[in-house]
Design a protein around this ligand. Structure first.
Ligand code: MN
Ligand code: MN
Length: 218
């Protein structure tokens, strides 16, 4: 069950409207590394997780990601201002002015609709946690790129908060991975001699990459 708390996770207050930056920020709402993707990925993965601690953590993070989605949507709404100006719109912005009436749509910065194809679920906890760590890293990178391209202090404050929360999730998922590192696909696959071979195909050849320490004995 999810509850609706009327208080946002963190205050969102931009200094001034900026429709072009709103369009760029759509990437973190309806994009491949955005908040909706994070929410749906962690909820979807959680259903088959047996470890109660990791299952709760996944759902706690998923619920927080939904709050991030709310914050990103609030930010985009404020940046869109109150004036329809489709004839000024650039890449990704047109739908905001012609279809959604300045409401944040589930589209990325290029106007492409959100898709469940962004969500990675395998049913294998090791593979899923690695996807989650990578998702958090990518979300951080996109927030960092957005931060560099805006000087609005209110927007920067929101980005700073979200970027730091994604770092917290990154650390939590890494800790969970450490707990299950010798289970699932890490235990059942990659156990023959083939998994210890390195094909040195570079010409001229250098020092072959040493794989001997990578596979811990079971
Ligand atoms: Mn997030
Ligand atoms: Mn996150």
């Amino acid at each position: 069950m999810f509850l609706h708390d009327k208080k946002p996770l963190h205050t969102v207050k931009v200094d001034r409207p900026n429709p072009k930056f709103a369009a760029m920020f759509q990437e973190q709402l309806g994009g491949a590394n955005g908040e909706l993707k994070a929410t749906m990925q962690y909820i979807s993965q959680s259903f088959r997780v047996q470890d109660p601690e990791i299952k709760d953590m996944m759902l706690d993070i998923a619920a927080e990601e939904l709050s991030h989605m709310e914050m990103v949507s609030m930010l985009i709404t404020q940046l869109n201002g109150s004036e329809l100006q489709g004839n000024q719109a650039t890449v990704g912005e047109v739908q905001t002015h012609l279809l959604t009436g300045l409401a944040p749509g589930l589209i990325n910065a290029s106007g492409h609709p959100w898709t469940a194809d962004y969500v990675n679920v395998t049913g294998d906890l090791v593979a899923d946690l690695l996807s989650d760590i990578a998702a958090e890293m990518r979300a951080k990178v996109v927030y960092e790129y957005l931060y560099r391209q805006i000087d609005d202090k209110g927007v920067r404050d929101t980005i700073d908060f979200l970027l730091n929360r994604e770092e917290a999730h990154n650390q939590l998922f890494r800790k969970a991975l450490g707990k299950v590192a010798q289970t699932g696909s890490n235990r059942d696959f990659g156990v023959t001699e083939d998994s210890k071979l390195y094909f040195n195909l570079s010409t001229p050849g250098g020092q072959p990459f040493d794989l001997t320490d990578i596979h811990a004995p079971h």
